[in-house]
Design a protein around this ligand. Structure first.
Ligand code: AQP
Length: 337
């Protein structure tokens, strides 16, 4: 067990674009709420972000990495309670990935739905995209993680991590990899695109489609525009179990951001026309993002502070990751350096 009696939690976000409200309610907001209860480690998974190399602009990439790190802090991740670091600052992630690559069956990787949807029919897709789940398994297993808070979309990758850890433990008993459990938030686990509620809200889609997402750093005017033009239908149905996908998405977001229960929400909005729900959602969204944006602005003037946090985070991360990697190396029969 990590840190005395506390179980350990590990999670991360890729710096692949502007963080959106789905990343917040499905991930970072949950993280901030569990820092006292668990030994929490939060990483900016920059190595994952290069799995689609066509999307990398080196200058922008560097800025995005630091933006995500600053947003962790702005959203309430407290460096006095949590370890915050950049994945590429801890080389153990890459070495662990090589070892696990050699132990992970290729067939398991081809079955991953995220790979299938991101690769599409593109013949020049990079090996890293296929290998993404192994890097993610390495991230999690290096820290003897007990719980991984993720949105619904990442559940298959946690299953993969569990299966791989069990396989490694069976092949090399001394590895003693800890089998992690997913921690899926009760609400906001899968926020859908505002312009198309059949696909999840995603950073990379938001780069090319206006009106797809609400960015955490969007202005009130941008937030209003995105929500007021969100896809709905021609009904008046604002009950959670009966609403169409677009309206259900708005209801789910309202539930998680307002903190109201479903009965109260349905009583307020059912049969009212969707304009009322949208306006109320604009208000709660702006109110939720205001303090985050204010804190973010403060941090943009404190790059040295952010650099120190990331350096200290990487140091602590390495102090946990290195012994786990050494344990696997030893179990596999490598000679200790
Ligand atoms: N739409 C979503 N609803 C709820 N949770 C979500 N997450 C992502 N999208 C939603 C959660 O945010 C965390 C970080 O995700 P990630 O950056 O590792 O990768 P992702 O899931 O692929 O996120 P995106 O935004 O869709 O990015 P791109 O476009 O780069 O693929 C995870 O915990 C995820 O579950």
């Amino acid at each position: 067990m990590a840190d005395g009696q506390k179980q350990r939690v590990f999670s991360g976000v890729q710096p692949t674009g502007k963080l959106h409200i789905g990343n917040y309610v499905g991930a970072i907001k949950q993280w901030a709420g569990i820092q006292d209860q668990y030994d929490t480690i939060f990483c900016v998974v920059d190595l994952h972000a290069v799995t689609i190399p066509e999307a990398i602009d080196p200058k922008q990439f560097r800025a995005k990495i630091l933006e995500v790190a600053a947003l962790y802090l702005a959203c309430g991740i407290d460096p006095a309670k949590s370890t915050i670091f950049l994945q590429s600052h801890v080389p153990e992630h890459s070495e662990m990935t090589w070892l696990l690559n050699c132990l992970a069956p290729l067939g398991w990787l081809y079955r991953m739905t995220q790979f299938k949807s991101k690769a599409g029919t593109n013949e020049s897709v990079g090996t890293g995209l296929l290998d993404y789940p192994v890097l993610m398994a390495s991230d999690i297993l290096l820290y003897d993680t007990n719980k991984v808070p993720v949105g619904e979309d990442q559940k298959q990758h946690i299953e993969f991590t569990r299966d791989l850890a069990q396989r490694v433990n069976t092949m090399f008993a001394g590895a003693k990899l800890v089998i992690p459990d997913p921690m899926i938030p009760p609400a906001g686990a899968r926020v859908m695109g505002l312009d198309d509620a059949t696909a999840k809200m995603s950073k990379s889609t938001a780069e090319t489609r206006k009106g797809h997402a609400i960015g955490l750093l969007d202005t009130p005017a941008q937030i209003k525009k995105a929500i007021m033009s969100a896809q709905t239908d021609s009904e008046n149905e604002a009950r959670f179990d009966h609403a169409g996908p677009g309206v259900r998405n708005l209801l789910d977001l309202y539930e998680v951001l307002s903190g109201q229960d479903r009965a109260a929400i349905e009583a307020e909005f059912h049969g009212q026309g969707y304009g009322k729900l949208k306006k109320a959602l604009v208000e709660v969204t702006i109110a939720a993002l205001e303090p985050i944006q204010a804190r973010y602005q403060e941090l943009t003037g404190a790059q040295d502070y952010l650099g120190d946090i990331l350096r200290q985070g990487a140091e602590r991360a390495r102090s946990i990751a290195a012994p786990t990697l050494a344990r696997l190396r030893d179990a596999m029969g490598f000679v200790a350096p």
